[in-house]
Design a protein around this ligand. Structure first.
Ligand code: BTN
Length: 259
């Protein structure tokens, strides 16, 4: 597999909306983007890399990938949003990626692809305090050309795997260009029409309507039926006893569809 480098010229053409910086290699694009934010970088900075070797995942996990086999990017936003709408930033990023790759969403924002709904993208959104106010770093890792042997977990996939053998090579630069367009659209909705963004999220959700098990960060487990998303972006789960709880963080396991 050739795995070509990102094409700087095509990404430079996205200025002034997006200022894309390509690093040959880095620990974590989120870490670099957060540092730039603290140094005063404006909204629209995008840090991407050919090789991220110490990436950060949700719930303190690591996120590593072979050189040029994935698209690791971090996007700096400086949202003027009321505090209660910030938890929608990770869901907004999920909508943008799901649209980019024609995927579905496992709450909060794992992007799933293919008949078996395997994970093709992980998203880590971090809030950064900066001298000019709070900023959001949207960290997005899309498996573009990982082979089955290179996948980090069995229930993962890549765009290339889903295209099938002999298919055209995934154009990483093209994926990033499309992604940034989708981010701009979804961010516009979050700012100006949050109800429509919520409707878009629900339409892409593979979780709502399923029986699920939520593995909570503190160690507990909650099983029930995923009924919807509340105004704070939390997953609403109705237990067998009929009580509904809102989950704000955790790992969701899909059990079987609601009958
Ligand atoms: C997850 O655990 O599912 C989220 C993974 C997020 C990985 C991306 S890759 C680009 C950005 N930089 C990081 O260090 N992490 C995010």
């Amino acid at each position: 597999m050739r795995r070509p480098s990102l094409q700087a010229g095509r990404l430079a053409a996205l200025a002034p909306t997006w200022q894309v910086e390509i690093l040959a290699e880095t620990t974590s694009t989120n870490a670099v983007c957060a540092e730039r934010a603290r140094d005063g970088a404006p909204e629209g900075l995008v840090i991407t890399t050919e090789h991220q070797y110490a990436g950060r995942g949700r719930l303190d996990r690591v996120w590593e990938m072979p050189p040029r086999a994935a698209l690791a990017s971090s996007i700096l936003l400086r949202p003027s949003l009321p505090a209660e709408r910030w938890p929608w930033l990770p869901l907004m990023a999920g909508v943008a990626v799901a649209r980019t790759v024609s995927g579905r969403l496992k709450w909060p924002n794992d992007v799933l692809l293919g008949p078996e709904l395997k994970k093709v993208c992980g998203i880590l959104v971090e809030r950064i305090e900066t001298p000019t106010g709070p900023a959001a770093v949207l960290g997005i890792g899309i498996n573009t050309s990982l082979t089955p042997e290179e996948l980090p977990i069995p229930n993962a996939t890549s765009l290339q795997i889903e295209r099938g053998e002999g298919a055209e090579e995934v154009d990483r630069t093209g994926v990033l260009v499309t992604l940034l367009g989708e981010i701009a659209d979804a961010y516009g909705l979050l700012t100006h029409d949050p109800d429509e963004l919520a409707a878009d999220y629900l339409a892409l959700s593979a979780t709502v309507g399923m029986r699920v098990r939520a593995e909570l960060p503190a160690g507990g487990v909650l099983a029930g039926t995923a009924r919807g998303i509340d105004p704070y972006g939390r997953l609403l789960i109705t237990r067998a006893d009929g009580e509904t709880e809102a989950v704000g963080a955790g790992d969701i396991v899909h059990l079987r569809p609601l009958t």
